[in-house]
Ligand binder design. Structure first.
Ligand SMILES: [Zn+2]
Length: 322
């Protein structure tokens, strides 16, 4: 099988302006794009740079978010409000358009994978996804693009086994909530323990309800965990899920705020450890899902470690099964 990796970006993602002192500022993505575009991965044709080509259809967003919430978000941006919901959620006039553009671009990336044009795509978009719930914005997230893509794949591609692996340092409360009663989507999150970190959810006993019972798995880990212990938790749980659930595709909430130089959290993982996370996830996609892997950039607030680790991620996933 031939493996092909894409890196999806568009300068429009920078138009969601949060201010230079906000952790989720546009510069993180601007520098990341520059770093990757100038890397050997592009020069040696290891990855393909993709310019986002949004599939615009509000119906796809409404599979995940309520119409009331979407209209309210639009109205807040149109009125040039500075905050939407929680104080963390800084917005500007363009935020609604950019958040939708991110979700629509992610759908196009999913199509590229489902049509076998690519095996893996890294979506370098913003604002991030995983804290946004059906009816609320939280933690810099407004539209949950990961959830939008999962619901799109179920509706338009007839998939019924989608695995979401969330390796951001924060628990993805929004993604969990959206699929809490679903057995089509397995949500697995490994994150810093909610007693120490925002948003305060993601404890062991949160395991889903109704049809979704046991389709949510949370592995909170303690601050300053050793690299090898983190990998052990990730590996043993992923392997258990893959054997039982047998996913058709893996979506990843790819947060890089677990890094030791990222001041937003306290896990302290090394670059080597983070590289290993993605090498493992890639090997699972190859073994269980014909390589189908879609990664969504979530957090990662130290620009140096973000660039370094995304580069390492692309290096390992573009090697395919070698
Ligand atoms: Zn995060």
């Amino acid at each position: 099988m031939k493996y092909k990796t894409g890196f999806l970006y568009h300068p429009f993602f920078l138009r969601h302006y949060t201010g230079k002192d906000h952790p989720e500022h546009p510069y993180r993505l601007k520098y990341l794009y520059r770093y990757i575009a100038n890397s050997h991965l592009v020069k040696e044709n290891k990855i393909t740079m993709l310019k986002a080509q949004p599939v615009e259809n509000l119906d796809y967003i409404l599979l995940t978010h309520s119409e009331h919430y979407i209209n309210l978000f639009k109205e807040y941006c149109n009125k040039n409000n500075k905050i939407f919901g929680h104080y963390d959620n800084v917005i500007c006039k363009k935020s609604y358009d950019v958040a939708l553009f991110h979700a629509y671009s992610s759908i196009s990336a999913a199509d590229l994978i489902m049509n076998d044009n690519f095996t893996s795509i890294f979506i370098a978009g913003r604002p991030p996804s995983h804290h946004a719930g059906r009816d609320y914005a939280l933690g810099f997230c407004f539209i949950n693009s990961v959830a939008v893509v999962a619901n799109y794949l179920i509706k338009e591609w007839g998939l019924n086994k989608i695995l979401i692996i969330d390796v951001d340092v924060h628990h993805g409360n929004g993604t969990q909530e959206i699929f809490y009663a679903s057995n089509n989507v397995f949500y697995f999150s490994i994150h810093e323990h909610p007693s120490f970190l925002f948003p305060g959810t993601g404890r062991f006993f949160e395991i889903g309800i109704k049809d979704g019972l046991n389709y949510t798995l949370n592995c909170p880990v303690i601050p300053n965990i050793k690299d090898k212990d983190y990998i052990k938790v990730l590996k043993s749980n992923c392997e258990k899920i893959l054997t039982l659930f047998k996913p058709e595709i893996i979506l990843v909430s790819a947060g890089y705020d677990t890094h030791e130089r990222d001041e937003i959290s306290h896990l302290g993982l090394s670059t080597d450890c983070i590289t290993q996370i993605y090498a493992l996830i890639n090997s699972y996609a190859i073994k269980h899902c014909n390589g189908k892997l879609l990664l969504f950039l979530e957090g990662g607030y130290n620009i140096d470690s973000l660039c370094e680790c995304v580069h390492k991620t692309l290096e390992v996933i573009s090697k395919g099964g070698d």
